[in-house]
Design a binder for this molecule. Structure first.
Ligand SMILES: Cc1ncc(COP(=O)(O)O)c(C=O)c1O
Length: 386
């Protein structure tokens, strides 16, 4: 029985970050959560757990790690021993812990644009970063964003010890292919780097021609240099009950990662453990049905904005070029036209806006009507474009 995603659910007055940020007349298409109900299989498990009235401190269940190991085997044919897996209350905390495994004079290399918390990681750990713009090439289907390995090589210093990437890439929607991962593997080995790869969007693949691969699986000899980060929260739309996994094959690196968290991070609660376990065990049609729906939404976005849209391989986040509109502040301008977007400047490129299209079609259609109007008006508007 396919899942349905058409139901419009009122999220106001639930303290939703997405829905409370802008005025009530603004439809939000920004932060990366979806306006769809989580699947019943997760909600049912949570309801059953709540039959027990005590939500006390909870020990990490071995069955969760097993479910995650099976999931990695099922999707990526990657056999990961249980002791490589560290559970953390979120991918963003894991990015920050990864930085804290480094010596105090280290630099972290970060290709940009990128999910904005990456841009704070080095500063948070009193380290420095080297942000290297990705390159955009044109091919027959439009813009293609790629890591610029030449620029990355030029930017290296003796203190560059870690490369931190997002794959699939938020916000450009790229899912790196085998050739790119092979070149990346060469780069990290040649320059003696650690790789942190945030793969939270790995099962949100909209282009049927792409497949996601963890670099540590593709190049097992390099696995000890890697930290791969996963969570079920994005694709099952349960990001408010944080739970994430770090796969860290190297014993010493894993110990340093765990030491960095000691006493600072809260444990994961019983609802986080449980919902992630159910999600990693799920082999229903949820992910496939969701992808079908999101592909339909993506086609609607493409029909609305045309070549402004970066061809999207993965994620439900459209990366839309508005450079020619001459807007001083894209967030304010589009909010004035009734849509809440994420300004590209937040991710390191002010020429773009990021538009989250994971919502029921009727909501999207209204948003696209406003987006189209706002884009058309930008040339003619007498209002301040700030
Ligand atoms: C690339 C990426 N990493 C991490 C996160 C957030 O992860 P968490 O909520 O587990 O910290 C997001 C959320 O949008 C994301 O897009």
């Amino acid at each position: 029985m396919p899942y349905s995603f058409d139901q419009v659910i009122d999220r106001r007055n639930t303290q939703s970050t997405k829905w409370e940020k802008f005025d009530a007349d603004v439809l939000p298409f920004w932060v990366a959560d979806m306006d769809f109900a989580a699947p019943e299989l997760i909600l049912d498990a949570l309801r059953q757990r709540l039959e027990h009235p005590i939500l006390g401190y909870t020990t990490q269940p071995a069955s969760l790690t097993e479910a995650f190991q099976n999931w990695l085997r099922h999707h990526y044919s990657w056999d990961v021993p249980a002791d490589w897996v560290c559970w953390v209350p979120g991918v963003v905390p894991a990015l920050n812990l990864s930085a804290r495994t480094l010596p105090s004079d280290s630099e972290i290399m970060i290709p940009t644009p990128v999910y904005h918390p990456f841009l704070d990681v080095a500063k948070n750990a009193t380290l420095s970063d080297i942000q290297v713009p990705m390159q955009v090439t044109q091919n027959s289907s439009g813009n293609k964003w790629q890591m610029d390995l030449d620029a990355m090589t030029d930017a290296l210093t003796p203190k560059t010890r870690m490369l931190m990437i997002c794959n699939p890439q938020n916000p450009t929607g790229r899912c790196y292919n085998t050739d790119e991962l092979n070149l990346l593997a060469e780069f990290i080995e040649k320059h003696d780097l650690l790789l942190v790869s945030d793969e939270i969007h790995c099962n949100i693949l909209l282009d049927p021609g792409v497949s996601h691969q963890p670099l540590g699986k593709l190049h097992p000899a390099l696995a000890p240099r890697t930290i791969h980060l996963y969570a079920a929260t994005k694709v099952y739309n349960i990001p408010g009950i944080s739970c994430a996994a770090a796969v860290i094959p190297d014993d010493k690196l894993r110990r340093e990662f765990m030491r960095a968290r000691a006493g600072l991070l809260p444990g994961i609660g019983p609802l986080g453990f449980l919902s992630s376990e159910v999600a990693f065990n799920d082999r229903s049609s949820w992910v496939a049905d969701l992808m079908t729906y999101l592909r339909g939404n993506l086609a609607a976005v493409k029909a609305c904005v045309g070549d402004r849209l970066t061809p999207l391989e993965a994620t439900y986040l459209a990366w839309i070029n508005v450079a020619d509109l001459g807007l001083k502040n894209t967030e304010t301008y589009f909010a004035q036209h009734g849509i809440g977007i994420s300004p590209g400047a937040q991710f390191g490129n002010a020429d773009y806006i990021r538009f989250n299209f994971a919502c029921p079609r009727t909501t999207l259609d209204e948003g696209l009507k406003r987006l189209s109007y706002a884009i058309n008006q930008a040339g003619t508007d007498q209002i301040d474009k700030s």
